[in-house]
Write a new protein. Structure first.
Lengths: 149, 291
């Protein structure tokens, strides 16, 4: 399994139609959750939502663009997991945006509240993908097997 | 592996029950969720626990050229990644290992694996030919069959090291199945460059193949020879290879990967009458999903 493409399992390219459509089916099934309806009164969007870290890059220094929009004007506050107090609040507003600079090592969330600060109206999670596991041997081996994943 | 087997494996791997211990992936979206989290936050969330298992599947299309005469290239449609890592023992895509040393400087393991040279011999054809492999006309047409070769189980030592300078592998394996009674020594070096979702990794390597091993796979014994296929004995040789990998991480689970590999067979293998092309080219482009 080392030094060649042998980790790849060849499958006949002249297989059935199922095989031909398998990638499409698999992609559809995997992404189908992303289109779920959102009934929240406040729309919250964050870019980016993924931070990738590894041994060489243990954290992400990122500028997060947080945009929110509501159907009704009112009092809204934006929070994140880094502090107890809100990042920013808006009075009698229907939309807003914030640029938030962060050095990210772990997953965290942004959320919006209205007059009731204990009840989030919308939540977005920023995910951290660790390309290295906690197992040093596994990390080293994963790089050396001719593994395309 | 046939199509049914692949589908069955994917179905098993996709089943939540089959990934017990693996982290549950949230839907990937930058849209707000209707589900309320805890109402206040004070500390950043911790990452998911590490499972001893690793599962992945890549779907796409690729090809690996076959250096043998009268052979077909090897299509690559699915790549399964299955591993289990215990405290000392591990299974990694067909490799069985026992780690004897693991520290900051290096990881050393005893590894048993299946030899990779056999893969070419599974895609050969039988033909009636009127010319020999040197292009000379034969008195009568004869059946030309590429000799079959068996898989060999090899066991040996593998040393891995990494750092900011890249990653290095040294390995030496000897046949323990009595197939070719030879050995091979591998050297690989690579380094990765990441810019968030983009990843680029060039790597190079060389593999020394002993005379016994080289002759078993690339030689032609008197019993296998014919008017169209002369006897050939291969000595030891050094294969070299290089690879480029590009990857784009679409979200936490999905990545698009493009990989190309070039392998140059050793001179002794290249001179074999059953070898048509000294260079082996491989590529794959597809979507990979990691559970």
């Amino acid at each position: 399994m080392i030094g060649t493409f042998s980790a790849i399992s060849p499958v006949s390219a002249t297989g059935s139609d199922v095989m031909r459509w398998l990638p499409v089916i698999f992609l559809f099934l995997s992404f189908s959750n992303a289109g779920a309806a959102d009934d929240s009164p406040v729309q919250l969007k964050v870019k980016p939502v993924l931070c990738i870290v590894d041994a060489k890059t243990p954290s992400c220094q990122m500028s997060f663009l947080v945009i929110w929009q509501s159907a009704e004007s009112g009092y809204y506050c934006l929070y994140n997991d880094f502090g107890e107090s809100p990042l920013r609040c808006w009075t009698d507003e229907q939309a807003g945006e914030v640029n938030d600079e962060r050095d990210v090592q772990n997953e965290f969330r942004y959320w919006m509240t209205g007059n009731d600060e204990q009840t989030p109206l919308a939540v977005v999670a920023v995910e951290v993908l660790r390309m290295d596991t906690g197992d040093r041997r596994r990390n080293r081996r994963g790089r050396h097997v001719w593994d395309i994943l | 592996m046939n199509a049914q087997t692949v589908i069955a494996l994917i179905a098993i791997l996709a089943s939540p029950a089959s990934v017990a211990g693996a982290s549950a992936a949230d839907p990937q979206s930058n849209q707000s969720s209707a589900t309320a989290p805890r109402s206040s936050g004070s500390t950043a969330l911790s990452g998911p626990g590490q499972s001893r298992w690793q599962f992945g599947v890549a779907l796409g299309y690729g090809l690996r050229s076959n250096p043998l005469v009268q052979s077909d290239d090897i299509p690559i449609v699915v790549d399964l990644d299955i591993g289990w890592f215990g405290d000392h023992f591990f299974f990694d895509n067909g490799d069985l290992g026992l780690t004897v040393t693991d520290n900051e400087a290096m990881t050393a393991s005893i590894v048993a694996r299946v030899n990779s040279d056999r893969v070419f011999f599974g895609k050969t054809d039988t033909k009636f030919v009127s010319l020999d492999l040197a292009g000379q006309p034969l008195a009568t047409a004869v059946e030309l069959t590429i000799p079959d070769r068996d898989y060999a189980i090899e066991m040996g030592i593998e040393i891995l090291a990494d750092g900011k300078w890249g990653h290095l592998q040294l390995a030496a394996h000897h046949d323990v199945s009595g197939t070719h009674d030879g050995y091979e020594v591998d050297f690989n070096y690579g380094t990765g460059f990441r810019r968030q979702r983009w990843y680029f990794e060039p790597s190079i390597g060389a593999t020394f193949k002993s005379e016994s091993m080289n002759d078993y796979y690339w030689g032609v014994s008197p019993g296998e020879s014919s008017d169209a296929l002369p006897v050939y004995a291969a000595k030891s040789g050094l294969n070299t290879h290089a690879r480029l990998l590009f990857s784009y991480q679409i979200n936490k689970n999905w990545a698009f990967t493009l990989v190309g590999e070039f392998e140059r067979l050793n001179e002794e293998a290249a001179a074999s009458p059953i070898v048509n092309d000294r260079n082996v080219l491989g590529y794959f482009a597809g979507f990979g999903y990691r559970f």
